[in-house]
Design a protein around this ligand. Structure first.
Ligand SMILES: NC(=O)c1ccc[n+]([C@@H]2O[C@H](COP(=O)([O-])OP(=O)(O)OC[C@H]3O[C@@H](n4cnc5c(N)ncnc54)[C@H](OP(=O)(O)O)[C@@H]3O)[C@@H](O)[C@H]2O)c1
Length: 159
């Protein structure tokens, strides 16, 4: 059984949809902060559990029985994100998962001038230190972030 965190977000939801094409619904668990936002998944037989990286006790219940956990990185930066992801890794380890998957970023490395790359490198170091089997999914740069960064240029025509 695989637990997918962030299943009410854009990426997590798409991943759950994809898994449902490949696995029976009872093999997929959606870990969400607000179960009301995942009613549609529950109606389709997905086990929707409440889990927040900021609450290790609750997260333990969300991860219980998982063979694999996909940690979709939280939409935070810096030390806060590192701590949230650390809690998720430690909880996965506590409940005995055999593999963690984590959404990292291309170019992840310590001291990168690109803050998310430095931060994801920190979580990759935590994954390595856990001793668990893990897969770091080093995503490319989401085009939607680019739109946020160049928003004014789209209006003015100057970049
Ligand atoms: N590679 C890139 O260029 C790039 C660009 C943007 C983002 N990202 C990363 O990719 C992730 C997924 O992207 P997305 O588009 O799916 O973002 P999104 O739609 O904002 O989804 C983020 C998900 O993270 C959940 N979350 C936030 N804080 C949490 C916590 N403390 N505990 C558990 N879950 C928490 C949110 O839950 P709620 O639904 O309850 O809010 C939401 O489901 C982002 O969170 C970010 O880390 C990467």
């Amino acid at each position: 059984m695989i637990v997918v965190t962030g299943a009410t977000g854009k990426l997590g939801r798409a991943i759950v949809e994809d898994l449902l094409q490949r696995l029976p619904a009872n093999e997929v668990v959606a870990s969400v902060r607000d179960a009301d936002k995942a009613k549609g998944l529950a109606a389709r037989g997905v086990d929707v559990r409440t889990g927040d990286f900021a609450d290790a006790g609750g997260l333990r219940k969300a991860f219980a029985g998982a063979g694999q956990v996909l940690i979709v990185s939280a939409d935070k930066l810096g030390e806060e994100a590192l701590q949230l992801h650390r809690t998720a890794i430690n909880t996965a380890q506590d409940v005995g998962v055999h593999r963690i998957l984590y959404t990292s970023h291309m170019g992840a490395r310590p001291a990168s001038p690109f803050l998310p790359a430095d931060q994801h490198a920190g979580t990759e170091a935590d994954l390595a230190a856990s001793g668990l089997t893990y897969t770091s999914l080093r995503h490319g740069f989401y085009a939607e972030s680019c739109l946020q960064m160049i928003g004014d240029s789209l209006r003015t025509g100057d970049l």
